[in-house]
Design a protein around this ligand. Structure first.
Ligand code: PMP
Length: 296
């Protein structure tokens, strides 16, 4: 459940019960998908709840809003502060935080000045679970970056993600992997993708993907651990004989993949760089500096 009768949300300057909040059925976001949002996690640490890379997430929210001609009457610092209040009011430590910026009643295709900001949070297990994933190459491509701002987190873009995940599940897979308009691997419906070959990691460059904050964290951790990461275009066939692969995302964290289109990867997950980075990631977000962790 995302909320119950005790859940408090922030909406347009007020704290209120989620169950009592309402919205306008004529909202432009509802009809045309012109809203922007974020997905953030907080973790219980020895210093209390800590929102991981809060500033980076809200900076991306501002970037997304700007691309969609949405004006936000807040600062990044204010939204970070409100996020800590939100956690506090709901007694949450390990939580998923969902800021949503949506637009008011407007049935035209022009921007509107009526901008609403909602912040909510709930306890959420790892989005893709803890099991290794079987993934299929989607028949859906990521949106052409000339048709929208694919690097912005816009509500309407997620119809593409819903189609891809639904197709994958209907075909008996756990998740989809989407290609870009040129047939190169782009990303998952809600996560970036990496594969390992000969002790190096490969991931798609920016251009047709969301610039994931977890992807960036994996770059930082890999750098600290002396693991080489190469950003380049590659095809699903390049991945078929990989040693390992994983998705990265705030909700999914670092999620191991077992196979792509039925081709099982060469190494056991525990032996992969992905497993090393998955542990390193959890230590980093919980501010445990490499506890229980060794590079093998
Ligand atoms: N790609 C897409 C399409 C996503 O929705 C997400 C989740 N925000 C990601 C990648 C991963 O981004 P992040 O690591 O910032 O959560």
């Amino acid at each position: 459940m995302y909320y119950n009768e005790n859940t408090t949300i922030f909406l347009d300057g007020n704290w209120m019960k989620a169950s009592e909040a309402s919205t306008d059925l004529y909202a432009q976001t509802m009809h045309y998908g012109s809203g922007v949002f974020e997905g953030i996690r907080s973790y219980a640490t020895e210093e209390g709840a800590r929102v991981f890379k809060a500033h980076e997430h809200y900076e991306r929210l501002f970037y997304s809003a700007e691309k969609m001609h949405i004006k936000l009457d807040y600062t990044v610092d204010q939204l970070v502060e409100l996020t800590y209040q939100l956690l506090d009011r709901n007694g949450l430590h390990n939580a998923y935080i969902r800021p949503l910026v949506y637009l008011g009643a407007n049935m035209t295709l022009q921007p509107t000045d009526e901008v609403h900001v909602m912040l909510c949070a709930w306890s959420w297990d790892r989005y893709l679970g803890d099991q290794l994933l079987s993934v299929m190459t989607s028949s859906y491509q990521r949106p052409n970056p000339k048709s929208c701002h694919v690097e912005a987190k816009v509500t309407g873009h997620y119809t593409n993600s819903i189609l891809a995940t639904t197709e994958a599940k209907q075909k008996g897979f756990d998740e989809a992997l989407l290609l870009d308009m040129n047939g190169y691997v782009a990303e998952g419906p809600g996560a970036n993708f990496f594969f390992e070959k000969d002790e190096k990691l490969f991931t798609a460059p920016l251009g047709n993907i969301l610039a994931g904050i977890t992807r960036q964290t994996v770059f930082e951790l890999a750098d600290e651990l002396g693991i080489e990461v190469v950003e380049k275009h590659f095809t699903p066939e390049d991945v078929y004989d990989a040693d390992g692969a994983f998705f990265t995302g705030t909700a999914a964290e670092v999620a191991g993949i077992e196979s792509l289109d039925g081709n099982t990867f060469g190494l056991q997950w525990e032996e992969t760089l992905g497993a090393v980075l998955s542990t390193a990631y959890l230590n980093r977000v919980q501010k445990l500096e490499y506890k229980n962790f060794e590079l093998v």
